[in-house]
Design a protein around this ligand. Sequence first.
Ligand code: C2O
Length: 503
Amino acid sequence: ATVTYDFNISWVTANPDGAFERPTIGINGQWPIPRIEANVGDNVIVHATNQLGNQTTSLHFHGLFMNGTAHMDGPSQVSQCSIPPGSSFTYNFTINQPGTYWYHSHTGGQYPDGLRGPLIVHDPESPFLGQYDEERILTVSDWYHEQMAILLPAFNSKGNPTGAEPVPQAALFNETQNLKVAVEPGKTYLFRMINIGAFAGQYIWFEGHNMTIVEVDGVYHQGAEAEMIYLSAAQRCSFLLTTKNETTANYAFVASMDTTLFDTLPADLNYNVTGWLAYDDAQPFPEPALVDELDPFDDITLLPYDNQTLFGEPDKTISLDVIMDNLRDGANYAFFNNITYKAPKVPSLYTALSAGDLATDPTVYGGYTNAFVLERGEIVQIVVNNLDTGRHPFHLHGHHFQALYRSAEEAGTFEDSNVTEADFPATPMRRDTFVLYPDGNIVLRFRADNPGVWLFHCHIEWHVTSGLIATMVEAPLALQQSLTIPQNHLDACAAQGISTRGN
Ligand code: C2O
């Protein structure tokens, strides 16, 4: 089937924590923005019209491979020019993946202003179909009272030489507080939980109920019991939750922001947001008890449902060191190795399409894109060494990766460790966003089976704006044979005086 959405993107006002009303980015006059829903195999068309007036925009469908439609992936100046105010742009793609995703602006630090919402792909052949009665979608997020137009210039300035990220004012469930999720006794629910926040990882637990994790980031895994999960910005987790047999009480569930990410802890900050499993509205809605320990389920222990085995030894290893440092302007930047990403003028995908044989030369993508050219079909390993003291959730566009290894905090670099091939799991868990600990390292592996230009970046939006991004240019010559860019995409460039004939 074809599912069509007409999205008018414009400013609206909202006050989700009841403390402060502010402009947020809505769709069709609404915020929270609508959910995108489809079935596996559907063709999805999104007609996006930018009515913001003062900002360009774009939409990224986080976690979708965009196989054969790399130009529909969304990041501005990567797979498209950003959409100028007053104009329209059509995304058209087929979804062949089941599960829990989201969509968000991928332009200039914009999504924390509200352009972020669930994208659910239903699967008539899900192996878990018979095991639950109903579904519930739950987003968790952090929320700022100030607009990004105010926060960003201050963050990326010499007035902030340490790169301290703005601390959010609140956390939200489904972009609100005091959320009551109606449940019935003796049923099993599939909860699809999505962290659509800009910065904070969240510890999440349900009082009196256990979770059985069955999917993360669109990949089915063998059911795993958890009392508490951790979701970084951009991660998703689906779990089965079975309700009590009686309706004599309501139960709190909590998301607690990971305050280790925050440089300062404002005295008035409430790190927690509470919601309730509402069995009976006539019963009280109790405050949650304090927990003594934040000890979440470790996602690397999950086993993929399909038992996909460890990819063989890599054809190519890309080793990236995460470094935070100042530049001559006195502001703090984030680096992979010695490069802090700066978006090129011409989208990197268009450069790949127009550069002929030179498209396999990483230098044609410009000096600040951190471009790596991948050959079709090769096994690629990404090692990330954190030389920084913060946690970073790393996301790869266009793929799921196998997560082979994550060191403890303070473990140093992977190259200096004694970890070898024999230490990697036989059937590694897979997802698209994976957390790296302070001064630690991670090892990821994937097969370059999806020609396109795919970003690899920290999903903390502050770090996107300060440059913690690399560009994977995958099989550019194959792209030249297969992709045709629609005229409305080229028009977005032309309207901004951007030539699409290469850098
Ligand atoms: Cu959620 Cu670059 O993406």
